[in-house]
Each structure stands twice: as C-alpha cells, then as structure tokens.
Design a protein around this ligand. Structure first.
Ligand SMILES: CC(C)(COP(=O)(O)OP(=O)(O)OC[C@H]1O[C@@H](n2cnc3c(N)ncnc32)[C@H](O)[C@@H]1OP(=O)(O)O)[C@@H](O)C(=O)NCCC(=O)NCCS
Length: 230
C-alpha cells in the first residue's frame, strides 16, 4: 500500500534541534539548505529529508548513516540501498509530506492561495482549462489546486520532471476514478487525494491502486527523539 506521512512545521524549529537535524543529513543537503535565504525554506527542505530518513530507517531497519541517496538524471532522489523501496517528498506552507511505496510514487502538497489563472492557460490541458473556466470563485480556486497537485504528483511519480510538458497530459476527475490521459493513451497510474488541512490540497500518484486511507501525521518531537539517537 502507498503510505503517506506528513509533518506540520507551525513554529520555528529552535537552533539546538535544527543543528541536531542538520547533523543527520548528508553534506550536499546541508550545503543546499544553508543556501536558502528564508528560514521557512531551510526548515521545509531539512524536515523533508529527516522525515524520509526516519521512515526508511524504521522500515528497513538500517542505521541513518548507512542510507545512501542519489538523484536520477532528472533530479528525482532515490535510495541506493534498496531498489524495492521508492519515495517522494513535497513541501508547501507549513506542511512537509513523504510518500513511500515499493513502486515509483509521487506526492504533491500545495497551499491554496489566490493566483493568476494565466498559469492554468499555460500549464493546463485544453480539457482541464475548459473545466476550470466552468467554475467560479472558491470552487474555481479549489479546482485549480486539485488539478495542479494531481499533475505534479504524476510528474513526480514518472520522475522526468518538467521534461514532460504539463499541458501534454490531462487529468480526468470523475466519480469512479481519477485518470491521466497522455499522448500515448491512458497512463498506467493511479491517484488519491487526501484531506489533510483546510487551505491545502494533497495528491498522490502511484503505479498500483492501493492507498492507505489516511495520511499519518508525525510531529517534530518524534523526529527529534529519533534524530538524537541517529
Ligand atoms: C521540482 C518539481 C519536481 C516539483 O517542484 P515543487 O512542486 O515546486 O516542489 P515539491 O515541494 O512538491 O517537491 C520538491 C521535492 O521533489 C523531489 N524532486 C526533485 N526533482 C524531482 C523529480 N524530477 N521527480 C520527482 N521528485 C523530484 C525532491 O525531493 C524535492 O525536495 P527537496 O527540494 O527538498 O530536495 C517539478 O515538478 C517542478 O519544478 N514543477 C514546477 C511547478 C509548476 O510550475 N507547476 C505548475 C502546475 S500547473
């Protein structure tokens, strides 16, 4: 089953904890985090890495120091130790999400905020754009983020980044299922949406239609307890 985990960062992580978490990630990640100007971006990137390490160590019964990560040519991070476990991370606003499965998986969380619908004109398929324009007000805004997160989760599951143009495939939401239509026909991917927090949209995309019913929320204290021993 696809498992989805979430951490809420609703207050600044104090410097002692931040330091401990930093000591648990690789040098390359540390350098990247330190290059972020805003503390919020630093925290989101750091907690994303910590969450995945915490989950993988618990699942695979490995030491944190034993985990080896690499990135594909398209930038998707993966675990080198065990090719039968796949994961993906997403962060937005106060939330950091991690999805885990034995097949490739993609997750996306987005904070709902007012936006310029010109984005949709550029990145949505014709059908998605048509459906969007049949809606108004809050329903339109929610639909935009629903499609956006589903599209991003698909892109992230496939793992080829924006080399797959966002307007080149179309997400279909109907009562029976959510499907994706690509240039080559229907994609062999499955989707699930989660209601995590008002004001956010969450979508997960996987190659098997078995999703855990709920997102499991993990708090930063639990991560810190783990980090102290890692
Ligand atoms: C980079 C991208 C994979 C996701 O970007 P995003 O939605 O801004 O960011 P998220 O927080 O959801 O995901 C970031 C994480 O995805 C992972 N990731 C990076 N490249 C990836 C790839 N090719 N495939 C899957 N996952 C990837 C990383 O773990 C990254 O976390 P990190 O930066 O802390 O290391 C890519 O899809 C992108 O740039 N999208 C553009 C967004 C956009 O314009 N969307 C318009 C939709 S209408």
């Amino acid at each position: 089953m696809v498992e989805v985990y979430a951490v809420k960062i609703d207050q600044t992580i104090d410097s002692a904890r931040f330091g401990r978490f930093m000591a648990c990630v690789g040098q390359e990640k540390r350098d990247r985090i330190q290059r972020f100007y805003r503390i919020e971006d630093q925290q989101r990137a750091l907690i994303g890495d910590i969450l995945i390490r915490f989950l993988l160590c618990n699942k695979l019964l490995l030491d944190n120091n034993a985990l080896i990560f690499e990135k594909t040519e398209f930038g998707k991070p993966f675990l080198v130790n065990d090719h039968k476990i796949h994961y993906n991370i997403s962060h937005s606003g106060e939330w950091v999400l991690g999805a885990i499965h034995y097949l490739p998986v993609g997750v996306d969380v987005e904070k709902i905020q007012p936006l310029d619908y010109q984005l949709a004109a550029r990145f949505f398929s014709e059908a998605e754009y048509f459906n969007l324009n049949n809606k108004e007000g809050q329903a339109k805004l929610e639909y935009f983020y629903e499609i956006w997160t589903l599209k991003e989760s698909y892109i992230k599951a496939v793992g080829k980044g924006l080399s797959i143009p966002l307007e080149s495939f179309s997400i279909n939401i109907n009562e029976a299922a959510i499907t994706v239509e690509t240039i080559k026909g229907p994609g062999k991917y499955y989707f699930n949406r989660y209601q995590l927090d008002q004001g956010y949209k969450v979508a997960v995309c996987a190659m098997e239609n078995t999703f855990k019913e709920r997102v499991k929320v993990i708090n930063t204290d639990e991560l810190y307890d783990w980090a102290l021993l890692a």
